[in-house]
Ligand binder design. Structure first.
Ligand code: 5AD
Ligand code: SF4
Length: 451
C-alpha cells in the first residue's frame, strides 16, 4: 500500500480541462494521492492551464510564484511539494516555463496524462524537471485507467480531442493536436459507469465534438447522431448534451436526432464567431453567415423549441465597422438564448497573429460592449419567454438559501426554487414564476409539494 498523499489541482479553461483534471486524479489515485482542497499542505499541486485567450501564461507564472513560497515553506518543514504544470500552456510554452520557473518539477501536455505516474517517479529520482509535450504515438485513453471518481448528477465525458480545422485565430490545433475519436464501446462503458455512480446528465465533450467519428460496435466509423441514439437507450440516463460543435460538421443525421431523441436536450452551443462573410473567410471558418442561418433553420424545423448559444470574436484582424454590423445583424436574425463573446487576442504561432490590420483595442472594447448589450437583451428576453411554463428541471444541489434547491432547465438555464433536499438528483416538473436576466425562479408543482 502506498501512504496517503495530498493532491491539489487548479483548473482553468474549458470543460475538457475539468474532465482531464478528473482523469489525472484517477491516474494518481493508485499511487496514494487523494484530493486536497488547499495547496498549503499538498504533496503535489497540478496547474491545469488554458492558452486560448488573454495573458494565460502570465496567470500561470503569477500562480507559480505563490506556490513557490508554499513549496519552500514545506521544504523547510521537511516535506516535498511536487509542482506540475499541465494543459495547453504547458504544451505551448513548456521550455519557457522551466526557464522562468525552474522550481517546477513536471511539465506535461494534454496528450501525456497517462504518463503522469512515471513522470512523478522520474521527478523523484532525478531531482530535476521532467517535461513531456510530444504528441505520443499511443492514445492516452488506451493507457488511462477507467474513470473512477464519481462526477455527480451532471457529468462530462470526453469523446473527441484535437482539431484539424486550423481557424486563423485558434491555438487548439497546436496544443491539442490532430483530431481523434474514442470508440463507441469505450464511450458506452464510461457512460454506464457514470450512470451507475448517480449521473443523470452527460455532456459529451470534444474540441470539435460533432466531428467525432469513432469506431462503432460493428467496427465501422460512426457519426455523433448514432452515438446519441445509442446512449439514449441507457436506463437512468435522462439527459444528453454535447459541446463544442462546428457548423461545418452539423450533419443531417445529427440534426434529425434533435427531433427524435427526447433525451437530447433542446439546446445547442454552435459557435459562429462572426456574421461577416469577409471575416469568416479570413478566419478560415469555411462557412458563410447564410450557411449558419440555414443550419439554424434546419435545427428549428427538427426541434422547434431548440435554443442556441454561440461564441463571438470581436476585432479579428481586418474587422471593419461594416463587418461588425454584419455580426449584429446575424445575432438579431438568430436570437440567442445565451452566448460568449471575446475580444480577439493574438495567439503566438497562429496565422492571424501576424496578419496586417490588427484592430485597435479601443474599437474592440466599444464593439464588445455593443455586442454584449444585445446578447444580454436576447438572453433576458429568452428567460422572460419561459415565465409561466412548467418544465422539467434536473435538480443538482442545494440552493443558496436554506430550504432552497437548484438545477438546470432543458435549455441550461439555472433554476432556483424552494423544495426538499431529497429531490436532488431527480428531474422534476417546475413552474417558472420569474425569468430573470440570467436565471429562473420556480416553484414545485402540486403533487411534489405534497409528496
Ligand atoms: N482570441 C479570442 N477568442 C478566441 N477564441 C479562440 N481563440 C481566440 C482568440 N485568439 C474563442 C472562440 C472559441 C472560444 C472557445 O474561444 O470564440 O469558440
Ligand atoms: Fe483552453 Fe482550448 Fe486548451 Fe481548452 S483546449 S484548455 S479552451 S486552449
Amino acid at each position: 500500500m502506498n501512504e496517503t498523499k495530498r493532491l491539489h489541482m487548479i483548473t482553468w479553461g474549458c470543460q475538457m480541462n475539468v474532465y482531464d483534471s478528473g482523469r489525472m486524479a484517477d491516474v494518481l489515485a493508485p499511487l496514494g494521492y487523494v484530493p486536497s482542497a488547499t495547496p498549503e499542505d499538498a504533496d503535489m499541486v497540478i496547474l491545469n492551464t488554458c492558452h486560448i485567450r488573454d495573458r494565460a501564461a502570465e496567470k500561470v507564472f503569477s500562480e507559480l510564484g505563490r506556490l513557490r513560497v508554499m513549496k519552500d515553506a514545506r521544504a523547510e518543514a521537511g516535506h516535498k511539494m511536487v509542482l506540475a504544470v499541465a494543459g495547453c500552456v504547458a504544451q505551448a510554452e513548456g521550455a519557457e516555463i522551466l526557464a522562468r520557473a525552474p522550481y517546477v518539477d513536471i511539465v506535461l501536455g494534454p496528450q501525456t496524462y497517462h504518463k503522469l505516474p512515471e513522470m512523478v517517479a522520474r521527478a523523484a529520482r532525478a531531482g530535476g524537471a521532467v517535461i513531456e509535450t510530444d504528441f505520443p504515438p499511443e492514445d492516452k485513453f488506451d493507457h488511462l485507467p477507467e474513470a473512477t471518481a464519481p462526477q455527480g448528477i451532471t457529468a462530462f465525458l470526453t469523446i473527441q480531442e484535437g482539431c484539424d480545422k486550423f481557424c486563423s485565430f485558434c491555438v487548439v490545433p497546436y496544443t491539442r493536436g490532430a483530431e481523434m475519436s474514442r470508440p463507441v464501446a469505450a464511450i458506452i462503458a464510461e457512460a454506464r459507469r457514470l450512470v451507475a455512480q448517480g449521473s443523470r446528465e452527460i455532456t459529451l465533450l470534444g474540441q470539435n465534438v460533432n466531428a467525432w467519428h469513432g469506431v462503432g460496435l460493428d467496427g465501422q466509423p460512426t457519426s455523433l447522431g448514432t452515438l446519441v441514439r445509442l446512449l439514449a437507450k441507457l436506463p437512468g440516463l435522462d439527459r444528453i448534451r454535447y459541446t463544442t460543435s462546428h457548423p461545418r460538421d452539423m450533419d443531417d443525421d445529427l440534426i434529425a436526432a434533435h427531433g427524435e431523441v427526447p433525451e437530447l436536450m433542446p439546446f445547442l452551443h454552435l459557435p459562429v464567431q462572426s456574421g461577416s462573410d469577409r471575416i469568416l473567410a479570413a478566419m478560415n471558418r469555411r462557412h458563410t453567415a447564410a450557411d449558419y442561418l440555414a443550419l439554424v433553420a434546419k435545427l428549428r424545423a427538427a426541434r422547434p423549441d431548440i435554443a442556441l448559444s454561440s461564441d463571438f470574436i470581436i476585432g479579428h484582424p481586418g474587422e471593419t465597422e461594416a463587418d461588425f454590423e454584419a455580426t449584429l445583424a446575424l445575432i438579431r436574425a438568430v436570437g440567442f438564448a445565451q452566448a460568449f463573446s471575446f475580444k480577439y487576442s493574438a495567439r503566438p504561432g497562429t496565422p492571424a497573429a501576424g496578419a496586417p490590420m490588427q484592430v485597435p483595442e479601443a474599437d474592440k472594447d466599444r464593439r464588445l460592449q455593443t455586442l454584449q448589450a444585445l446578447l444580454r437583451q436576447q438572453q433576458a428576453e429568452f428567460n422572460l419567454s419561459v415565465e409561466g411554463q412548467v418544465m422539467p428541471v434536473l435538480i443538482t444541489g442545494a440552493g443558496r438559501r436554506p430550504g432552497q434547491i437548484g438545477g438546470r432547465s432543458p435549455w441550461l438555464q439555472p433554476v432556483h426554487l424552494d423544495g426538499p433536499a431529497h429531490l436532488i438528483g431527480r428531474e422534476i416538473p417546475v413552474r417558472i414564476v420569474i425569468g430573470k436576466p440570467s436565471s429562473l425562479a420556480g416553484t414545485l408543482v402540486e403533487e411534489l409539494v405534497q409528496a
